[in-house]
Design a protein around this ligand. Structure first.
Ligand SMILES: [Zn+2]
Length: 159
């Protein structure tokens, strides 16, 4: 399955109330600025859907490809689902941050679920999202300024 989400999202009224509420709720749950979520939404519109996992009347997760904003021609592969999320970008792999691509993945997942089954995904049930948020808050508290790179961890988590 290879679909450009732009055409999928085009079928929905762009930023209708339900979608807007979802995006703002995502910002809350993920602990990020609304502007970051809106940037992720723009990424999601251009993302290519590589795989959709479906069971019963539920979308369990999606795998997408997004273009890097900073480096032309570079792409990132993102998987999001009920049990975790993964992105191949440096910020995600080395710094273990909640990157814009993972947020874009969640938005694609939401859009696929809305179009397929007419229901949004339940962000509050995603334990990994809460943990990423907590991890981030802890790091911000303990360290100041730039986050350090843990070399051992970075190697272990290399894709
Ligand atoms: Zn990423």
């Amino acid at each position: 399955m290879s679909v450009v989400l732009g055409s999928l999202l085009g079928k929905m009224a762009v930023l209708d109330e339900v979608t807007k509420n979802f995006l703002f709720h995502l910002a809350d749950v993920a602990g990020v600025r609304k502007s970051k979520v809106l940037e992720a939404y723009e990424l999601a519109k251009r993302a290519e859907i590589l795989n959709v996992k479906e069971c019963g009347d539920e979308i369990l997760g999606v795998r997408i490809r997004v273009e890097s904003e900073s480096r032309r021609g570079e792409v990132h592969y993102v998987s999001v689902g009920k049990f975790g999320a993964k992105c191949t970008c440096e910020f995600s792999v080395i710094r273990r941050g909640l990157c814009k691509h993972i947020l874009a993945g969640l938005i694609v997942w939401y859009a696929v679920s809305m179009l397929r089954f007419g229901k949004p995904i339940d962000l509050d049930s995603l334990e990994w999202l809460k943990q990423m948020r907590e991890g981030k808050e802890e790091k911000t508290y303990v360290r100041s300024g730039e986050e350090e790179v843990d070399d051992e961890d970075a190697l272990r988590r290399e894709p």
